[in-house]
Structure formats: C-alpha cells, structure tokens
Design a protein around this ligand. Structure first.
Ligand SMILES: O=C(O)C1=C[C@@H](OP(=O)(O)O)[C@@H](O)[C@H](O)C1
Ligand SMILES: C=C(OP(=O)(O)O)C(=O)O
Length: 425
C-alpha cells in the first residue's frame, strides 16, 4: 500500500487507539490467570491480534467478544499446538516464550516478517538456566523449547531491551512456589517494566523491586480472585504522532489519554513542552497547538519508540535538537538508525549521529519526497506527519505497516482535515 500525504493544516479531535503494550500484557495475564478475565477496550492492531493468537494457542479461550470487551477463560498454560506464531511482534515473542514453557510440551515458536531478523537477546543463557531445553535456535526466531521452567534466582542483562524481562516477570510470578529474586544488571525501556508490574498487580501478583536492580517474587504475598476486570488505556506511542502533528501544523485534541499513565511514551508531553508547543489538558484529553518551536534535548533510552516522530518534530523546530539513545534503534522493526537517517535525508534535513546522539538541525520546511518506510509502522507514521510541513506531497511506501500498531492512523489524519490518498500496489 502506498500513502500519499499532502502538506497542510491539521485540526480536530480523535481518540487515541488502545495501548498495544497494555493489551498484549492483558492477554498474557489472561492466559496465566486461572479463571476469567474481562478486558475492556482491547486494541485490534496486528500485534495485539498476534498476542491474542498466542494466548489462544497456549490454552486460553474466548468466551465472549464484542466491540467493547473480550472475556477470556483459562486454567493456565496448556498448549493446543506444537508450533505457535508471534506474527511480527517483538513483545509477543519475548513475553510468551518464557510463559509457554510453564508447560512441559515441546514447542516451536516462530515469527513473521522483520521479527525473524531481530535478535532475541538473553534467551539462550536465561532459558537454559531455568531448566529449559532449547534447540534449533541461532539467536533469532524460530526457537524450539521444552519446559517445564524450573523457577530459581537468575541474573539478566536487560540493556538491549526490557521485553524479555517482562516475560520472565510474568512467567516466574505464575511458576514460582518459593520466593525468588531476579537480578537485573542494566535495564533499558524501564517504564515498560512498570507497566508489567502494574498489570501483574491487577491480577493479584504484587512484585516489588529495589531500584530496578532486584525484583522480588514472593508467592506468599499473592492473592487470587476468580474474575479479573482490566481496562486498557489509550496508547501514548500512537498518540505521539498526532500530538506532534498538532505542534507543527495546526492544532489537535487527542482523547482517551491517561495523563498519569506509566507508559514510556507519555514523555512526548515533556518534549513538546520543552520545544514550546501550546499544551492544555482536560481530563483524558490533551490539546496541542502550533507555536514558535525551538530545538530540544531528550534522552530516548527508555522510550525508544518516540525516536522516529521526535526526529520529525526536531526537523520542524528552530535551531538544533539532540535525541540520545541511538543504540536502542538497531533491533526494531527496521534498523531505525538507518531508516530514520534515510527519512531525514529524504526530507532534506541536516543531521549527524555522534556516538549515541542524533543531532538534527531544524529547517521548518521539509522537502516533498518519497519515503521508504522499510515496512516499519513508526517510520511510516513519522513520514506522514512530516508531510504536513513539506513543500509538496510525500509518498510513503508500505504504508500498510501502520496496521502493526495503529490501523486507523490514516483515517484519523483524514478526519482531522489532512489530505491522504491511499493506493494499493
Ligand atoms: O514492553 C513493551 O511493550 C515494549 C517495550 C519496548 O521494547 P524494548 O524493551 O525492547 O526496548 C518498546 O520498544 C516496544 O515497542 C514495546
Ligand atoms: C518495537 C516495537 O514493537 P515490538 O518490539 O513489540 O515489535 C514498536 O511497536 O515500535
């Protein structure tokens, strides 16, 4: 699919899509929970569907599903199949692999598209230390695993990402019969761990930690209720694109956002404030309007998904901006250090990468161009928002990639007055 986005003003109000990170966690917890889970406002992006498929393949059952809620019943991990597929979702792979081995059945976990090229850091050492037999694994999916997991104290290095630690926290919280400690050497994407702990808590599994260095799982502190009800909040990562659009090209109100959310990408508000955008909040609504924007400095080590859209914001500011955390970009849907560099080159924006820092010289007006999205949803969305400040239309290749996290993205832009043409190719 090709999307052509025309320069112009944005104005209007849209609701943020449901949080992909939270929906996926809710499905993992619903699988592990012995009882019924009622999930309100779950998302329907490809990644969320991939997580639901994993939960179903590993033993959960849908009792009821409509637009507002999905009811899932489970009695724990009990795989129905030998091969389970995570789609293109990095989180589904890293969350459900340690969960799957609560069963003793040999399973092959596969993925699709870009996921099969992404490294699964820590799988080999940690899963082996937990008694799992691994075969057919060369660092990326597929992986064949044979449980059951033997809970014991472990150390993990989560410097390359937090997702596998989230998976271990889920798995060990349900597998442990004695207190155990997980030691963490370094941790990137820290707020995603807060989100994991938050969801576990809603299922009666309170896991504590000392400054994210040691996590304490103590089954004696856990409680159980048959039915758990969980509400999925709006997605700050998807909303960040719309909020930046308001800041660079008019005004926008995004509803369905929890201002006090633990989501990493809520940090977009701090950056927009720093850059000088006009911001107001009212309950669950955030309104942003264009003002004179100036360069900003932001460390995105713990919110790496903001990098693409922040690059566009920086391009539209007066003066220089710096975004730290380039090392967090290599193992995503594309090598985002490369895809962002190409995005900036296409828009004719001067930039440099100095060690871990992306330095961007704002130009305010971007060049109408062709953007290679690398089939990466966050590059496609950032390219579309950049188009609003371009001197001509912007063609975005493989724009259907937005389905990975935000299927209604282009509809929402159109609803806010942006001219978008979609061509199937
Ligand atoms: O736990 C999550 O929901 C996520 C964690 C982050 O990954 P890393 O922890 O690998 O940085 C983020 O980039 C990803 O989109 C979602
Ligand atoms: C990196 C992302 O997701 P995942 O790692 O779950 O594929 C993302 O949504 O930008």
């Amino acid at each position: 699919m090709l999307a052509i986005v025309y320069p112009g003003k944005i104005s209007g109000k849209v609701a943020a899509p449901p949080s992909k990170s939270m929906t996926q966690r809710a499905y993992a917890a619903a699988l592990l929970h012995n009882g019924t889970t009622i999930i309100h406002n779950a998302g329907n992006s490809d990644d969320e569907q991939a997580a639901l498929n994993m939960a179903l393949a590993l033993g959960a059952e849908i009792v009821e599903r409509n637009d507002d809620r999905i009811i899932i019943k489970s009695s724990g991990v009990c795989p129905a199949e030998d091969i389970v597929n995570c789609g293109e979702s990095g989180l589904a792979a890293r969350l459900f692999t340690p969960i799957a081995v609560l069963s003793d059945k040999q399973l092959t976990i596969t993925g699709a598209g870009s996921l099969t090229a992404r490294r699964m850091h820590g799988f080999e050492e940690t899963l082996t230390a937990l008694g799992i037999v691994i075969s057919n694994f060369s660092g990326n999916l597929p992986i064949t695993v044979k449980g059951p997991i033997h809970p014991r104290p472990i150390s993990i290095d989560a410097g390359a990402g937090s997702q596998f630690l989230s998976g271990l926290l889920f798995a060990l919280s349900y597998a442990a019969t004695e207190p155990i400690v997980i030691k963490v050497e370094s941790l990137s994407s820290r707020p995603y761990i807060d989100l994991t702990l938050d969801v576990l808590k809603q299922f009666g599994r309170v896991v504590t930690h000392s400054n994210y260095k040691e996590f304490y799982i103590d089954p004696a502190q856990f409680s159980h209720t048959e039915t758990v009800e969980i509400n999925i909040e709006g997605d700050w990562s998807g909303a960040a694109n719309l909020l930046v659009a308001g800041a660079i090209a008019g005004s926008i109100t995004v509803s369905n956002l929890n201002i006090h959310s633990r989501q990493a990408d809520r940090a977009i508000l701090d950056v927009l404030r720093d850059a000088g955008a006009l911001i107001s909040t009212d309950g669950n609504e955030v309104s942003i309007a264009t003002a004179k924007l100036t360069g900003f400095g932001f460390d995105a080590t713990h919110s790496p998904d903001l990098f693409p859209i922040l690059s566009v914001l920086a391009s539209c500011c007066m003066g220089d901006s710096t975004i730290t955390g380039v090392h967090r970009l290599f193992n995503k849907e594309s090598n985002r250090a490369e895809s962002i560099s190409e995005l900036l080159q296409s828009f004719n924006v001067p930039f440099s990468i100095e060690d871990d820092v992306l330095c961007i010289e704002g130009v305010q007006q971007l060049q109408g161009t062709i953007i290679d999205s690398y089939n990466d949803h966050r590059i496609a969305m950032a390219g579309a928002i950049g188009a609003l400040c371009a001197n001509g239309p912007v063609d975005i290749s493989e724009a259907g990639s937005v389905n990975k996290s935000y299927p209604h993205f282009f509809n929402h832009l159109s609803l806010c007055g942006v001219k978008v043409e979609i061509k199937d190719n």
